[in-house]
Design a protein around this ligand. Structure first.
Ligand code: FAD
Length: 461
């Protein structure tokens, strides 16, 4: 990184906002994928004007910029390109307004997801999108990835809550889209162009999010199944029963065992799989619903259904579910958490094929995730230092994606493409669709400075 550019960055963002020591650059070289990179410099702006000034400099000098929220992304989207400017938004972390009349929150991108949720819940309001990383992830990162989570079965994903955005374009121009509006069809839907754009089109500096009334109560059940197959078949039975649970999460036997080793909370380690099912709403409405959920599970093969009777009991089940990613770290030095999404009717067949792929490539591939959405996380566990194993991992990942696509599914339901799934994107999109995406990127970012090479290779288009 040229010393002159570092000086210019210090002038526009302030001395304390610019980090260039080797130690700092190492810290910003990772996200939650297994990849790493080396930034040229890190800038931590505190205002939209500073973001704009940084982008103007980068665009003039054609230096890549990698926007970073909390670095919990699992697809490598915030891994720095060699010599890039990492634009970390953690200091733009103000909840600017909670508007109780219009039912919206106006936030800066660095606000941590759980902090907004706690704030609005104290006012009896609700912001449903709940990635398992919610205590760390930023709302800007959630928008840029189109994040989901367990509750998205009933409430939808981040995209369904974005009403307005302020975005800085690669040339430093600041644009606004949408507003505190429940309806707005004036022109193209720019909000949704930036949702899921993975830092490749603009830097999101303000977000207007829709809020809803907080459900009065919730009840959480754990249904225990002798086999994974019975659990997967139950998902369709639950969805066809006339109830819309807020979550249907699945954990297979490997996942249950590793979480139990990690948390020691009495999970059923002999089970083939468990489903964690939650209903929410009025207390008098959800009690018969959870009873019906239990009956459907038992008719579908559950050996036992336990309903948490207290808020602490519910939270303990969610603690177990949210601990899965961390706990899997006990089984292998590295993991690649896949994120395929398939029609829900295809879940039993997809899980069967995962078993075949696991045997074929001699890899442990636990399965867990948002079964109610058809969004499963088969995790490839491996040792990155073993080249022969890495070869098997690559082929196994390709076969997982092919299986998902063959069953009418897609590569990613919520983690994005980034670097990790980039080699496979052409399997899912037609050449025409890829070419259109490339044209959009080229129109907005002609110098290709924003997250270059992420999501799609230019030569694929
Ligand atoms: C344990 C664990 C569990 C997880 N569970 C879930 C889950 O249930 N559901 C789910 O959806 N995800 C999950 N994730 C993935 C991850 O938390 C989400 O993708 C999250 O949205 C990333 O937010 P972040 O702030 O960490 O973004 P980062 O990782 O910092 O960045 C992610 C991408 O967004 C871009 N970006 C970040 N901020 C901005 C901005 N302001 N403007 C433009 N681009 C930006 C970056 O360039 C990058 O491409 C999980 C991750 C972990 C580690």
């Amino acid at each position: 990184m040229k010393a002159e550019l570092i000086q210019q960055l210090r002038r526009v963002a302030g001395n304390e906002a610019v980090l260039a020591s080797p130690e700092d650059l190492v810290c910003y070289g990772y996200d939650s994928s297994w990849l790493s990179g080396k930034a040229g410099v890190v800038v931590l702006p505190t205002s939209v004007e500073q973001v704009s000034a940084v982008l103007q400099l980068a665009n003039q000098q054609k230096v890549p910029v990698v926007t970073r929220g909390a670095g919990t992304g699992m697809s490598g989207g915030s891994i720095p390109n060699e010599g890039s400017i990492v634009l970390g938004l953690s200091r733009m972390n103000r909840i600017k307004e909670i508007d109780r009349v219009n039912l919206v929150a106006v936030v800066e991108p660095g606000v941590v997801t759980a902090e907004l949720q706690a704030e609005v819940e104290s006012l009896n309001l609700f912001y449903p999108p709940d990635p398992a990383s919610l205590k760390q992830s930023s709302l800007g990162g959630n928008v840029a990835e189109g994040a989901g989570g367990p509750r998205c079965l009933k409430y939808g994903t981040t995209k369904d809550y974005v009403l307005g955005l302020e975005v800085v374009l690669p040339n430093g121009e600041i644009i606004r889209s949408g507003g505190k509006l429940m309806k707005d069809v004036t022109g193209y839907n720019l909000n949704q162009l930036f949702v899921g754009s993975e830092g490749t089109l603009g830097v999101i500096t303000e977000i207007i999010l829709r809020l809803i009334p907080k459900p009065e109560a919730r009840l959480t059940a754990m249904a225990i199944f002798p086999t994974l197959e019975e659990a997967t078949k139950t998902v369709a039975n639950l969805l066809g029963s006339g109830i819309l649970p807020s979550t249907i999460e699945i954990m297979d036997n490997t996942t249950i065992r590793v979480v139990e080793e990690y948390l020691q909370m009495g999970l059923p380690v002999e089970a083939g799989a468990i489903l964690i099912i939650e209903v929410d709403g009025k207390p008098e409405a959800i009690r018969p619903e959870i009873e019906q959920v239990g009956q459907v599970c038992e008719r579908s093969g559950a050996s036992e259904v336990q309903v948490a009777t207290t808020e602490e009991g519910s939270e303990a089940l969610w603690k177990a579910r949210r601990a899965v990613s961390a706990a899997l770290g006990r089984l292998a030095p590295t993991k690649q958490g896949e994120d395929i999404c398939i029609p829900r009717s295809a879940i039993p067949e997809f899980v069967r094929r995962v078993g075949e792929i696991s045997k074929k490539f001699d890899l442990v591939i636990p399965v867990f995730g948002h079964a109610g959405d058809g969004n499963l996380h088969p995790n490839l566990l491996f040792d990155q230092r073993d080249p022969e194993m890495m070869e098997r991992v690559h082929h196994a990942a390709a076969e997982l994606f092919d299986a998902a696509i063959d069953l009418g599914g897609t590569l990613s339901g919520e983690h994005g493409i980034g670097l990790v799934k980039q080699p496979f994107i052409a399997r899912r999109l037609t050449p025409q669709a890829l070419s259109l995406m490339h044209s959009i990127k080229a129109a907005i970012d002609p110098n290709n400075i924003l997250n270059p090479g992420k999501m799609m290779y230019p030569d694929q288009c």
